[in-house]
Design a binder for this molecule. Structure first.
Ligand SMILES: NC(=O)c1ccc[n+]([C@@H]2O[C@H](COP(=O)([O-])OP(=O)(O)OC[C@H]3O[C@@H](n4cnc5c(N)ncnc54)[C@H](O)[C@@H]3O)[C@@H](O)[C@H]2O)c1
Length: 369
């Protein structure tokens, strides 16, 4: 059964364990929660956010943080993936230096995955690393990107090519922020929820299948339970394999093709989860072709992916360009294309090198839909 009461999940890592707190209204307690984990010498807090999110939540967070800390600053970045760059990080560094932010002070990332990845990277590198806290406000950030310590920015030649592992000191998730999140963002993030179901949690997969209407209507209890479940899975995986040497690679299910689709379209056509949706269908097809997944389960994965909204069109895309992008991806290994493939809903195998002709065949089929 899914838990009915939400609360705390631990990410257990030697010397840098931390909690993920989940609960409606938690943003109002942000100051108190941060106080518990910040350095006793922390005097200054820097909130990194974007204008849109900060306008929505500044009253709550500023009030709660100024109750606990001497000085609270805000640094706002542009909205969107194109601002996740070293240039923005440099501006943030200048801001931190000008305001004399010291080693014991704290950065808070308030926003979606773009803000979280960028603020985390700045925290990993400023003064060789300072404490940061994740306060994710998008569904994708709440179930995925805020947890696990992968931080980074994009380079003109590729996504997330510059980065560092730097774990947050705390993750504070207030599912009430989802009320203001655009519907397309919810649908896209649900593809990552489906991913968790396929890689590790059959019950979650069927819950998401059966309760689609409630999810899309924004049922708060259900969304909170889904967040709890996804965070539990990710926390477990990260605790066992922080640096993606083995098990953590299961989280890349759907991403081999997904990242390539995003790259070929210059990160403009797809939301991340939408590209992963296609990637999951492709991986399931490959698994069926090599006889490790039944056609019934392949169909099931495809149907649930498609039930969460119409994915952007891909008919006009070129198989060779997608293949090239896959070969440039971080996940290719000695020139081989590596996939995470489902054996059944709830279980995957990692590190499968798939022959190029089979990938081409599956991509052709995907593009002809
Ligand atoms: N570090 C990791 O492990 C990891 C994992 C997955 C994805 N990512 C990264 O995460 C990023 C995608 O994250 P995302 O999907 O959150 O995108 P995003 O940060 O661009 O947020 C999506 C949109 O929602 C808006 N938004 C956020 N919260 C809102 C709220 N409560 N109300 C209204 N609007 C709100 C944002 O301003 C933005 O316009 C990508 O850069 C991806 O590479 C990182």
């Amino acid at each position: 059964m899914l838990p009915t009461s939400l609360g705390e999940i631990a990410v257990s890592l030697p010397g840098r364990s931390y909690s993920i707190l989940i609960g409606a209204g938690l943003l109002e307690q942000l100051g108190k929660q941060v106080k518990k984990v910040a350095s006793p010498y922390c005097r200054k807090i820097v909130i990194v956010s974007n204008k849109k999110v900060f306008e929505l939540y500044k009253l709550k967070v500023l009030q709660s943080l100024t109750n606990e800390f001497d000085k609270v600053y805000s640094f706002l970045i542009g909205d969107g993936e194109r601002y996740k760059t070293l240039k923005t990080v440099e501006k943030l560094f200048s801001f931190l230096i000008e305001n004399k932010i010291e080693r014991h002070d704290t950065i808070i990332a308030l926003g979606g995955g773009v803000v979280g990845d960028l603020a985390g990277f700045a925290a990993a590198t400023y003064l060789r690393g300072i404490i940061y806290i994740q306060a994710p406000t998008s569904l994708l950030a709440q179930i995925d990107s805020a947890i696990g310590g992968k931080t980074g920015v994009n380079h003109p030649k590729g996504k997330n090519l510059i980065g560092a592992f730097h774990q947050p000191k705390l993750v504070v998730i207030d599912p009430e922020t989802l009320i203001t999140l655009p519907k397309r963002e919810i649908k896209s993030a649900m593809q990552e929820v489906i991913k968790y179901g396929v890689i590790a949690d059959k019950e979650l997969f069927y819950l998401v299948k059966q309760e689609r209407l409630k999810v899309l209507a924004g049922d708060a209890d259900l969304l909170a339970k889904i967040i709890f479940r996804c965070c539990s899975i990710k926390a477990g995986v990260v605790s066992r394999d922080e640096h993606e040497k083995g098990e953590r690679r299961i989280l890349n299910f759907g991403h081999t093709v997904g990242h390539a689709l995003e790259a070929v379209t210059n990160y403009r056509r797809f939301k991340h989860g939408e590209a992963v949706g296609y990637g999951m269908i492709a991986a399931a097809n490959i698994a069926e072709q090599i006889n490790i997944l039944t056609s019934k389960e392949t169909e099931e994965i495809k149907n649930v992916v498609e039930s969460y909204g119409v994915l952007p069109k891909i008919k006009d895309m070129n198989v060779d360009l997608i293949l090239q992008a896959m070969q440039q991806d971080k996940k290719s290994l000695a020139g081989q294309l590596i996939f995470v493939l489902p054996e059944q809903i709830g279980r995957v195998i990692i590190g499968e090198a798939v022959p190029v002709p089979l990938i081409c065949e599956v991509l052709q089929k995907l593009l002809s839909r």
